[in-house]
Design a protein around this ligand. Structure first.
Ligand SMILES: Nc1ccc2nc(N)nc(O)c2c1
Ligand SMILES: [Zn+2]
Length: 378
């Protein structure tokens, strides 16, 4: 990994269109063009796809997860293997989520304290403890280019008092993460995570506290946790414009194609979501004409490609009839081809957004896809 310490972490905005930003972020494993969609590879693999598939699809950066990789194969093993990049033969940027969200979604098998969170492995029930320092050490062993702080993602519906107390803890943990991992040590960037639930004053308080800490970027956490779309968009449009302008803004766990375009219109630069690969496995495919449920009988004899505008191997090589057959027959190839297509679609959407912002026509792109994915057509 060779990078120039002088430019590491540099985020440059090259064009804007309304609040939408076209930019680039320098990481130790390459420059990331934003807005960007990041395929999720929780356990060190974007399910059913190999690095050459991801390269072909135009992936610039993928996600890994601290909680999962710590439990299996173990961050100590990853350190011995030279880090996740070498272990998984992925030589482009990797962002790792801190595990906070995953632990808090384990509900009853975790205990929260000032020092961190105790939890039981979902594999074998063994007891573990994540402190801010521990998750920094794990992400250091993984060798991710962008690390996330340990945070508490409060459940949807949490009351004001609990949310206010929780964001203070998340800020104290964020400070401890920063102290535990000096700026750009090992070529790694560190992002803070905004919390505060669905209370605008708490969101602003969390942001003001985090903005005083020296982070390379800021994420919006605590959204896409079960709230309605209008609630998510309302908070998104409130907090995104208040986030520091000259560092990347990352909306965690979002979302559908329309959510991503909404986020970009609010000024968000980075997105990740399991939707493309998860929905690929249940036959829900995203195309330039809208969503296609490939298992529908109407495709049984359909010789046309899944998406005539898509450059992916699945669309260039096979018919809908064959893709439907693979799905119905539960052939493993169905996972690979459907995942390859959906990931290509999400990455293409991000590329189209970058081009539209450069050309001042982002609003038109967003309106086009709002029509394509209008609920009536589902
Ligand atoms: N919707 C999400 C997804 C991932 C998250 N990761 C962290 N660390 N924190 C959150 O609040 C998240 C929310
Ligand atoms: Zn395709």
């Amino acid at each position: 990994m060779t990078y120039d310490p002088a430019t590491l972490g540099q985020f440059t905005i090259t064009a804007t269109d309304g609040a939408a930003r076209r930019g680039s972020l320098v990481t130790a494993h390459g420059v990331v063009q934003t807005p960007i969609f990041m395929p999720v590879g929780t356990q060190g693999s974007v399910k059913a796809l190999a690095p050459d598939d991801l390269d072909a699809a135009g992936a610039q950066i993928i996600l890994g997860n601290t909680y999962h990789l710590y439990l299996r194969p173990g961050d100590d093993l990853l350190a011995r293997k030279g880090g996740l990049h070498r272990f998984a033969s992925w030589n482009k940027p990797i962002l790792t989520d801190s595990g906070g969200f995953q632990v808090f979604s384990l509900k009853d098998i975790r205990k929260l304290s000032e020092d961190g969170v105790e939890f039981r492995s979902h594999h074998d029930g063994s007891k573990h403890f994540f402190s801010p320092e521990k998750v920094m050490s794990i992400q250091n062993n993984i060798g991710s280019d962008i690390m996330m702080v340990l945070d508490e993602c409060v459940a949807y519906g949490a009351d004001y008092d609990y949310t206010a107390k929780s964001l203070e803890l998340t800020t104290r943990w964020a400070r401890r993460c920063r102290q535990a991992h000096p700026r750009h040590k090992n070529g790694q960037l560190l992002f803070g995570i905004n919390q505060g639930g669905f209370f605008k004053d708490l969101r602003e308080r969390s942001l003001a506290q985090l903005a005083e800490i020296d982070f390379d970027g800021f994420a919006i956490g605590g959204l896409s946790v079960g709230e309605s779309i209008p609630e998510m968009y309302d908070m998104l449009h409130h907090i995104a414009p208040l986030m520091p302008r000259d560092t990347p803004r990352y909306l965690m766990g979002v979302g559908t194609p329309l959510d991503i375009l909404e986020g970009i219109s609010a000024g968000v630069d980075m997105f990740d979501c399991v939707l493309p690969t998860r929905n690929a496995r249940n036959g829900t495919l995203y195309t330039s004409q809208g969503k296609v449920n490939i298992r529908r009988a109407e495709y049984r004899e359909d010789d046309s490609p899944l998406d005539p505008l898509c450059p992916c191997y699945a669309c260039r090589t096979f018919s809908k009839a064959y893709l439907r057959h693979l799905y119905v027959a539960q052939e493993l190839l169905s996972y690979r081809l459907n995942s390859l297509h959906n990931i290509t679609f999400f990455l293409t959407l991000a590329r189209q957004a970058r081009e539209a912002i450069e050309q001042g026509r982002f609003a038109a792109l967003k309106a086009h896809y709002q029509d394509v994915f209008a609920p009536a057509k589902d």
